[in-house]
Design a protein around this ligand. Structure first.
Ligand SMILES: C[S@@+](CC[C@H](N)C(=O)[O-])C[C@H]1O[C@@H](n2cnc3c(N)ncnc32)[C@H](O)[C@@H]1O
Length: 286
């Protein structure tokens, strides 16, 4: 629902009206239609019969524990939301909903491209629960989700890749400001750096696919990552109902023979690779 929420937010501020294009309205309708379908099919705790997913529901999905560092991360987001400095657009991915101008201001990026506080906290709890050896994030942007993930891992590393050098630089300043030292920020394309980082890590426990939301690139990143997964890995795909292409990518990913459990949360989809488990798909309302 990111696009729908963004449009409501922008409309309520009576600005950036250029985002209300026919294409975007069509996309928002698609998301609304998919969301209504999701509401009908999804379950809460009562419909979960897998012990692993039931535990995940209680420890990660259905809890909202506050941590002291959530405040500083959200203050950083708030400072971006009022930052009118512009940076050059350099989007290597599926692009923005906000028109084709060659520049964007930080405030716009902060209100359209980042994980919401609710979803970023969920990512934090997921990483905290699974305690992965390492995390790779495709798509840093201003680094808000990276900060939450970085805080979940105290001993291990998080690699985050961003194609826009100016965005990567702003994000790095943010990590420094919050004193998060376990983030390795990589500036360049996913295509160039993702395979290198995968080979460097050998086993990858947690990957957040949060950029270039198109069918072919998403599937290609998934297939690149598969040989590096382990029994305990989770792959998280953001915006699985962003477009028809993303829905198709998600359907493809969850039906892959090596995926044993999929959890569809509407805003994002998680896949697990538990050996010996029979294939199960969950749609969970949170
Ligand atoms: C949705 S934003 C990431 C948001 C961020 N994870 C957060 O929630 O704080 C996606 C980012 O991925 C970057 N991106 C998209 N495709 C890329 C590619 N092929 N290579 C490198 N960066 C890319 C874009 O520049 C954009 O900043």
């Amino acid at each position: 629902m990111k696009l729908l929420e963004t449009q409501i937010f922008l409309k309520s501020r009576n600005e950036h009206r250029e985002c209300l294009t026919f294409e975007n309205m069509k996309r928002a309708l698609f998301q609304l239609f998919e969301y209504l379908g999701f509401l009908k099919q999804s379950v809460n705790a009562h419909g979960i019969h897998s012990p692993f997913v039931y535990n995940l529901y209680n420890e990660v999905l259905n809890t909202d524990k506050e941590y002291y560092f959530f405040g500083p991360i959200e203050s950083l987001r708030a400072s971006y939301l009022t930052n009118n400095n512009t940076i050059k657009k350099y989007d290597l991915g599926a692009g923005s909903v906000l028109g084709n101008s060659p520049e964007q201001n930080i405030a716009r990026i902060a209100c359209t491209s980042l994980q919401s506080a609710k979803n970023a906290r969920l990512l934090f709890r997921l990483a905290d629960f699974l305690q992965p050896e390492n995390i790779i994030e495709l798509g840093t942007s201003l680094g808000i989700s990276t900060c939450y993930l970085g805080k979940a891992l105290t001993r291990s590393k998080i690699y985050t890749i961003e194609g826009n050098p100016e965005l990567a630089a702003v994000a790095q300043q943010g990590f420094k400001k919050l004193g998060i030292n376990n983030i390795i920020s990589v500036n360049g394309s996913f295509e160039e750096h993702f395979p290198k980082i995968l080979h460097q890590c050998k086993n990858v426990d947690f990957i957040l696919f949060d950029g270039n939301h198109r069918l072919e690139p998403t599937l290609s990143y998934f297939h690149l990552a598969l040989p590096f997964k382990s029994e305990n890995s989770v792959f998280v795909f953001d915006d699985i109902y962003w477009s028809k292409e993303m829905k198709e990518a998600w359907e493809n990913i969850k039906s892959h023979p090596e995926v044993s459990i999929s959890v569809d949360l509407f805003d994002m989809g998680l896949v697990f690779f538990k050996t010996g488990a029979s294939k199960q798909h969950f749609k969970i309302r949170i």
